[in-house]
Design a protein around this ligand. Structure first.
Ligand code: PRP
Length: 174
């Protein structure tokens, strides 16, 4: 890669193996079906594609786009739903799908909003659960890998909108 120095953390094979495990677990946990996967754009698009295909249950798929106000650091509650989910979550088993949980603001806020629309259950799946900067508690029901800190790219994660298309997950070296 150009411009930044990176080190691979998780290669394509280990990601694929984890996704298969998560898909199996989600399928076992939802024997009733009635699943609605909601991906948070844009970062979730790669994980969503793999996770959805790893399920042994029929499911519906939709997306939402959430952005933080301004360009600085996100402050609590300062989130804007740019595009809300289009399919009704009422009485559905909903799984929010994202590439990473970092401060936890995005998913904790959006989760609250969806809960008020009466889903039957609501869980969270994230490829990366990054813990060091957590500001809001988020229970990540299904995570691919847990790391403490670091700026990650690849598998949907971007740096300045680049590198989302890398198959592995890399850490940017300082
Ligand atoms: C990233 C990521 C999560 C969110 C996690 O999205 O995809 O949705 O940040 O951060 P948080 O836990 O601190 O809220 P971003 O806003 O960078 O947009 P993108 O998905 O388009 O890259």
């Amino acid at each position: 890669m150009e411009q930044v120095k990176t080190r691979m953390l998780f290669d394509e094979n280990s990601i694929a193996a984890r996704v298969q495990e998560l898909g199996k677990q989600i399928s076992v946990d939802h024997p009733e079906g009635n699943l609605l996967l909601i991906g948070i754009l844009k970062g979730s698009f790669v994980f969503m594609a793999d996770l959805a295909r790893s399920l042994s249950l029929p499911c519906q798929i939709d997306f939402a786009r959430i952005s933080s106000y301004g360009t600085g650091t996100v402050s609590a509650g300062q989130l804007k739903v740019v595009m809300d989910v289009g399919i009704s979550v009422k009485d559905r088993h909903v799984i929010l799908v994202d590439d990473i949980v970092d401060s936890g603001l995005t998913l904790s806020e959006y989760r609250k909003r969806l809960e008020s629309a009466s889903p039957k259950s609501l869980k969270i799946a994230a490829m990366i659960d990054k813990t060091a900067r957590r500001e809001k508690f988020v229970h990540v029901d299904y995570y691919g890998f847990r790391i403490e800190d670091g700026f990650l790219v690849g598998y949907g994660l971007d740096w300045d909108e680049k590198y989302r298309n890398l198959g592995g997950i890399y850490i940017i070296e300082p």
